[in-house]
Write a protein that binds this ligand. Structure first.
Ligand SMILES: [Zn+2]
Length: 215
């Protein structure tokens, strides 16, 4: 099993205007509890943005009437997935249908796609959040036409304002998984993806533990 998720802690990189992961220790085996009793256990409280680290966007992220993250059928989050590697030359640019069409039959068959742009290698670097490649609106609409139900990518977002790709995908109920990592460890061009969100009632997204399973 290959872990495709970034670790979460207060140092996890986030957009400049976005709250960081915050951890509060409630009880610790190495110290007396706040209540002064003798419980020796570790217990913590975590505050985390739903679009922090490796996470899934639900349609409700952009559409008030859209499906919320707790309503996503889990079978859509697990299953065969086409891995498409994007030439590094596209960095700073746009992923267009021409970059995807060679894998068209595989994408159609699996109904899920993960894009390896190589950008995950820049996690933690200064330009990670503003210079990443994006999926063009045309490429997003092309994936919708192929019947895709989930699009994963190793960048912080599939696009930037005015969010043409987000709107095209989430508007058609297509799930988005962002901030994937470690995609170079996947050997096959079809693998089994599992990326299951928390059942956060009525919310717009969730951190996921994304993994690849190869046959
Ligand atoms: Zn998101």
């Amino acid at each position: 099993m290959i872990d495709l998720s970034h670790p979460l802690d207060p140092d996890t990189p986030v957009y400049p205007d976005y709250p960081r992961v915050a951890v509060t220790i409630l009880d610790g085996t190495d110290r007396p509890s706040a209540k002064g009793n003798a419980r020796h256990l570790n217990s913590s409280h975590v505050s985390i943005g739903l679009h922090c680290g490796t996470h899934m966007d639900a349609p409700f992220h952009f559409f008030g009437e859209g499906q919320t993250i707790d309503r996503i059928p889990l079978e859509r989050c697990v299953g065969p997935t086409a891995l498409v590697r994007i030439d590094p030359d596209v960095h700073g640019g746009q992923i267009e249908p021409v970059h995807l069409s060679a894998a068209e039959s595989t994408i159609r068959r699996t109904g899920r796609i993960v894009l390896d742009t190589g950008w995950h290698q820049r996690w933690g670097q200064g330009d990670y959040f503003d210079s990443h490649p994006v999926l063009s609106g045309a490429a997003a609409r092309y994936l919708v036409e192929l019947g895709v139900g989930l699009v994963g990518i190793d960048t912080p977002s599939v696009d930037r304002p005015p969010f043409e790709a987000h709107l095209a995908l989430l508007g058609r109920g297509v799930l988005i998984v962002e901030n994937l990592t470690n995609l170079g460890a996947i050997a096959a061009d079809v693998f089994t993806l599992a990326a299951i969100p928390l059942a956060l009632r009525g919310r717009d997204g969730s951190p996921v533990r994304a993994v690849a399973m190869e046959r």
